[in-house]
Design a protein around this ligand. Structure first.
Ligand code: IPE
Ligand code: IPE
Ligand code: MG
Length: 227
């Protein structure tokens, strides 16, 4: 295979299809979320093994708050359980944990855990794993505009964006068959390569991850230029 460019530095993933995966197996949606959560942690560790420097996973969108409250509570409880269980492993692997989104809307116990894992891994520098929770791309831009309006002269708009500590994603992967962005990183996805696959998230494998990276590397990015 002829490679058009180097290995992606930042990969962002929309982990979609948990509910449909479960439905196909005649199971409740929660069953899909449970499998999806374990695939998410496997993906983080695999990304680290591959040498990815930044991995950003979309776990819960601003609009996901419109789902039935039982599903929302279930998702937060599941996230809390997994962060607790995997904290040591994340640290041992040199992975720095970060979040983007509106943490103030989350249950206190989850926020506490998020803060403690973020602090605990502050010195880790092999990979940055960012979880987007209660995150919306439009809301992020609106908040940045408000911040910018009240900022000192000389401050750049980009620096007012919550996710500005991240480089722009090189590759966006979305599982589950839908071909849309669903309010993910609207500002920084401007020139990101998009990769959609029909597989539901709970079936996403190391092979699928590698295939996405392989295709990315074979693509030619132009950024509006002629070369
Ligand atoms: C992705 O799977 C997980 C979240 C959005 C929290 P879904 O729950 O959206 O699953 P589908 O798309 O209904 O199958
Ligand atoms: C996108 O999935 C959000 C996450 C994966 C967290 P959705 O299932 O919410 O997206 P839509 O509703 O199909 O656009
Ligand atoms: Mg979905």
């Amino acid at each position: 295979m002829k490679y058009g460019q180097s290995f992606p530095n930042h990969i962002a993933i929309i982990m979609d299809g948990n509910g449909r995966w479960a439905k196909n197996k005649n199971k409740p949606r929660t069953y899909g979320h449970i499998k999806g959560a374990s695939v998410a942690i496997d993906t983080v560790l695999y990304a680290k093994k591959l040498g990815i420097k930044y991995l950003t996973l979309f776990a819960f969108s601003t609009e996901n708050w419109n789902r039935p409250s039982e599903e929302v509570s279930f998702l937060f409880a599941l996230l809390q359980e997994h962060l607790k269980k995997e904290a040591e492993k994340i640290k041992e692997n040199g992975i720095r944990f970060k979040t983007i989104g509106n943490l103030a809307t989350l249950p206190d116990s989850l926020v506490k855990l998020i803060n403690s894992l973020s602090n605990m891994t502050e010195i880790c520098n092999d990979m940055v794993f960012t979880l987007a929770v209660s995150y919306g791309g439009k809301q992020e831009i609106e908040e940045a505009a408000e911040k910018y309006k009240n900022s000192e002269p000389g401050i750049k708009f980009k620096d007012c964006i919550q996710s500005s500590f991240l480089p722009d994603p090189d590759l966006l992967i979305r599982t589950g068959g839908e071909k849309r962005i669903s309010n993910f990183l609207l500002y920084s996805l401007a020139y990101t390569e998009l990769y959609f696959l029909d597989k539901y998230w709970p079936d996403f494998s190391e092979r699928d991850f590698k295939d996405a990276i392989k295709e990315y590397m074979a693509r030619k990015r132009k950024f509006g230029n002629l070369i």
